[in-house]
Design a protein around this ligand. Structure first.
Ligand code: GAL
Length: 748
């Protein structure tokens, strides 16, 4: 594999400092000829002999990129303002000579001890007023002046010394912003919060109106009285909470943006920071705007039968954040992590399989945490590419095998994933939903969006994940799951998509509050009511917690059932009243082809296209009447909703349709509904009729067949060249358990 080189051939674009490089893929920015492969390199832990061995082993493993210096601040600035960068420069030189490029960290993820002792106010404060101490990591307050000054100065010093080094191909800003300290409640943050509110609202009366402070005697007469929602007697004001989450996100993001600006003023290398999938505290749609390369850290649990979906979900999300372009997996575990209650090693073959799955979902690089397993410290028992046991180990063998496989995937670089289905994801909606007090408690991790995405994945349908503001042209199927905030802009995009023929499926709770967390009046769904022809008049919490009641998941989890699925028993019954849906259920051929929901349900009124439709009567007529597709049937605790609509559809004449789903369907019911909707949308799986456990994804001319299952699987009709072996595939192929085929279709 040719190592990435920032030589003259690396395209550069002139851009204003502080802005992301437009439209270039990682392989263009980094000069890659095959996917990047490597990991976090923390050499300060080791002696000279080990460093020399590292370079040899990296070459043996096919490493071509390492993330260097992420936790090196204490060595780089041992005393305030005194830099010792020579050792780092020497390591960059040596890596470069060995053909290994560097993703150079700004090293600001964990301040040295002197910052805490000399500037104790730089330490973060928990919600109950405790200053967090040193001895761990990420112990900084995001509003701390000294942290901001010292981190900016360190980033500048590194950029000045190494910004043009031929071995440095990318900047790695901070590390997993917010991972441990996403919110800080110290006096500096309180001041910064008030300044942020003053900017947003102008004066205290505006804030009073926006937060509804006339309830519970919360009126403020001066902005100085406003505080972060720290420990308090009972529920905080939800609007205050929503603004606090926006502010906390903004504070962290401003740190990353400040460093990005400093780097871009001094160096032409692209910048990234490593995301954490759908991490709840940070609105990555906004973060992505400031980055040249989107990168992700992803640690699915090998003990979780649905782990392969986690890989797919995070991959599709990263591709969405990258605007459809490729991204880089910045961290995964070579085998076990050390931070779960039980830490399973990856199963044989799984490391390569999941690495290839990332590439299938759009990654142009696969890096791990970390290169060499630590001998000391908090991550001693977290796997490394070079394990404690050394080369004579399965982990090392799989490290080498993965490097060898990636080296053959040059033809995949830059190739797009094309999806006709999209799931809409809105971080602010998730914040508003999880800080709303009632009617049911929901999780923090986009449970509804994950569930719909998983159903599409199980059905083999390639799916994009998109933000509310992006146009939806070209999609034939769009799912809007629990977008809690009423978003007129989204409604506009959906209307246009339906007019162009798309099927839109909206699932509640959607359009329930405005951007200030205040309830939408006159029936929920807000701007989506004309499209759907229904409004939600009440919420009904069902018996079980959301997302935990899916006893029949195994019936349709074509991919996951090959490795088993957990479930528990809580549900209400639904009855399909539309003939096509009944037929789908019959054809599904499962032992229990009925519809069920659990956790969340809504009382729905059908507007039938008359009084609530747009002013224009003709437009209303063109949208057609609302058809009730399924009703609550009163079984299993849904008696009060019996006979009321649970799923509706409004078809636009000569175009697509808007479906509304007023309950959390279980996975079998989601699968049944999606079959019907996909038939209307003419959306097909990447490869039809795959055996259990096998996932198919396509990037351009390259087809990935990923067998996540525990048994060998046979697939027919596979034609092309297997890029991993060079063998020709002439129809029938057999995939060993936990293995993959990467086939380039020579005819396409
Ligand atoms: C990540 C972090 C790494 C390492 C890894 C272990 O969250 O960025 O530094 O701690 O977890 O799984």
């Amino acid at each position: 594999m040719t190592s990435p080189s920032p030589s003259a051939s690396t395209p550069r674009t002139e851009q204003a400092p502080g802005t992301a490089t437009p439209r270039l893929a990682p392989h263009e920015l980094l000069g890659l000829t095959s996917p990047a492969y490597g990991g976090d390199y923390n050499p300060e832990q080791w002696d000279e002999a080990t460093l020399a061995e590292d370079l040899e082993l990296m070459t043996e493993a096919g490493v071509n990129l390492v993330s260097l210096g992420i936790f090196s601040w204490a060595r780089l600035e041992p005393r305030e303002g005194r830099y010792e960068l020579d050792w780092l420069v020497e390591i960059v030189d040596r890596l470069h000579e060995a053909g290994i490029a560097v993703d150079l960290a700004t090293a600001t993820a964990s301040p040295p001890a002197w910052m805490a002792t000399d500037h104790p106010e730089s330490l973060p404060m928990s919600a109950d007023g405790v200053r967090l101490g040193v001895g761990s990591r990420q112990q900084y307050c995001p509003s701390s002046t000294v942290y901001r000054e010292r981190s900016a100065a360190l980033a500048a010093a590194l950029a000045e010394r190494l910004g043009d080094h031929a071995g440095v191909v990318m900047w790695h800003i901070g590390n997993e912003y917010g991972c441990h300290t996403a919110e800080c409640f110290c006096p500096a943050c309180a001041r910064a919060f008030r300044a942020w509110l003053a900017e947003r609202y102008g004066d205290v009366e505006r804030l009073n109106a926006a937060w509804g402070t006339d309830f519970w005697s919360q009126r403020y007469t001066d902005l100085e009285q406003v505080a972060p929602p720290a420990a308090m007697p009972t529920f905080p004001n939800p609007a205050q909470m929503l603004d606090w989450r926006r502010f906390s996100d903004h504070q962290l993001r401003s740190l990353m943006e400040a460093e990005a600006r400093i780097l871009r003023e001094r160096s032409k290398r692209p910048v990234t920071t490593n995301f954490m999938g759908d991490f709840p505290a940070t609105d990555y749609w906004r973060w992505a705007e400031s980055l040249d390369v989107i990168s992700d850290d992803s640690y699915p649990d090998p003990a979780d039968p649905a782990a392969a979906h986690e890989v797919a979900w995070a991959g599709d999300l990263m591709r969405g954040l990258a605007g459809g372009r490729p991204w880089i997996l910045m961290e995964q575990a070579p085998s076990a992590v050390q931070w779960r209650r039980r830490n399973s090693p990856k199963r044989p073959g799984q490391h390569l399989l999941w690495s290839l799955a990332r590439v299938a979902h759009g990654a142009d690089g696969v890096l791990q945490f970390q290169w060499r397993q630590s001998r000391q410290g908090a991550e001693t028992f977290h796997s490394g590419m070079v394990p404690h046991a050394g080369r004579d180990s399965r982990t090392w063998e799989e490290t080498v095998a993965t490097g060898q496989a990636l080296r053959r995937l040059g033809p995949v670089l830059g190739e797009p994933v094309r999806a006709e289905a999209a799931v809409v994801l809105d971080w602010e909606s998730q914040w508003a939903l999880s800080t709303a007090i009632g009617p049911v408690e929901v999780g923090e991790r986009f449970e509804a969006a994950r569930a719909w995405h998983r159903s599409l994945w199980e059905a083999g349908i390639a799916t994009d994940i998109v933000p509310v503001g992006r146009t939806l042209d070209g999609y034939r199927l769009i799912i809007v799951p629990a977008v809690f905030i009423d978003r007129p802009e989204l409604a506009g995009h959906l209307e246009r998509a339906v007019t162009a023929g798309a099927q839109v499926v909206v699932a509640g709770p959607t359009g329930v509050v405005d951007t200030g967390a205040g309830a939408v009046l006159g029936g929920y769904l807000g701007a989506l009511r004309p499209l759907l022809g229904v409004r939600v008049t009440d919420h009904a919490a069902l018996t079980g917690p959301v997302g935990q009641s899916d006893p029949r998941g195994a019936l349709v989890s074509r991919l996951s059932r090959a490795v088993g699925t957990p479930g528990s028993e809580t549900w209400v019954g639904l009855e399909a009243v539309s003939e096509p849906l009944r037929r789908v259920l019959e054809r599904m051929g499962t032992p229990a082809p009925d519809l069920r929901a659990g956790g969340w349900a809504e009382e729905l009124r059908v507007d039938a296209g008359s009084n609530e439709a747009p002013q224009d009567a003709q437009a209303s007529q063109d949208r057609g009447a609302v058809e009730v597709v399924a009703v609550f049937d009163g079984r299993g605790g849904g008696a009060d909703l019996a006979g009321r609509p649970a799923v509706t559809r409004r078809t636009v004449a000569g175009a697509g349709a808007g479906w509304y789903v007023a309950a959390d369907l279980d996975s079998l019911s989601r699968a049944a509904l999606l079959r019907l909707v996909c038939a209307h949308a003419r959306v097909r799986p990447v490869v039809a009729d795959l055996p259990d456990g096998v996932e198919a994804q396509r990037r351009g001319k390259v087809l990935f067949l990923l067998n996540h299952g525990d048994r060998a699987a046979e697939v027919a009709g596979v034609m092309g060249t297997d890029l991993l072996t060079g063998d020709a595939c002439t129809g029938h192929v057999v995939l060993a358990p936990r293995s993959a085929l990467v086939v380039r279709d020579n005819m396409r």
